[in-house]
Design a protein around this ligand. Sequence first.
Ligand code: MN
Ligand code: MN
Length: 292
Amino acid sequence: MFAHNKRLQYSVHVSECNPGLANLMLEQFGGPQGELAAAMRYFTQALAEEDPGRKDMLLDIATEELSHLEVIGSIVAMLNRGAKGELAEGVAEAAELYRSLQGAGNDSHVTQVLYGGGPALTNSGGQLWSAGYIDSIGDPTCDLRSNIAAEARAKIIYERLINVTDDPGVRDALGFLMTREISHQLSFEKALYAIEPNFPPGKRPGKTEFADVYVNTSQGEGDMRGPWNGDEHFNYVSDREEMLAMDGGDGMARVKTMRPDEEECVAAFATRTASHIDSDPTTGAELGSEET
Ligand code: MN
Ligand code: MN
């Protein structure tokens, strides 16, 4: 069960109302790297997790992310507080109010006017929150790697948001939220390495003859060698003949056995849609380019 505490995980003391800044903050409320996405990601992973330690961790972090959602949503609400009042009471001339919400060319006229100044489940561009932001697949090594990357992205978005405001209260709260993503990343990394082995993901080993091959498919000036394709770990293949049909076969696609009626239908289809290679059809494009 969930219970709610009236106090936030971190105090939100916004210096002054700023609808434009509120709009940017929505990125971490209802955006792809935001707190709702993080909470739903870990909560749903936790429900299916078999390992008691990871289940506990995922529930702890999911619940903390909901607490972050509350913090960032409160930042949005406080930054919009003045605009919300003005919108509701209609104190200014319509055009003047609209301009004041639009601020420095941001999209807050969408999120503030249409959502009444409350924190909308959208990103800063007004894009609706989507469950498609979550890419869980039910394999702990894959999901942990994705979680590590998700925390890294969330950290970077907070960093960018801190860089665009000089409001000390907002910067302080964002600094806290950013820091918590660092500690989540640490937990997820530790949890990943606590699974042995964790690479490759899954149960089946790869085909050994292809596992350490580096295929130099983009060739020419700019070809580089580094640890990602070095001779110590990789068989570096540049020869086109070696890449084409790496199985050593003819590299063609075929079906071994087809029913006679299937064969017949495919042949009929091919005949019906065959190119007449000796024809010279007149096209609309040609007609259009004729001088009149
Ligand atoms: Mn968070
Ligand atoms: Mn996090």
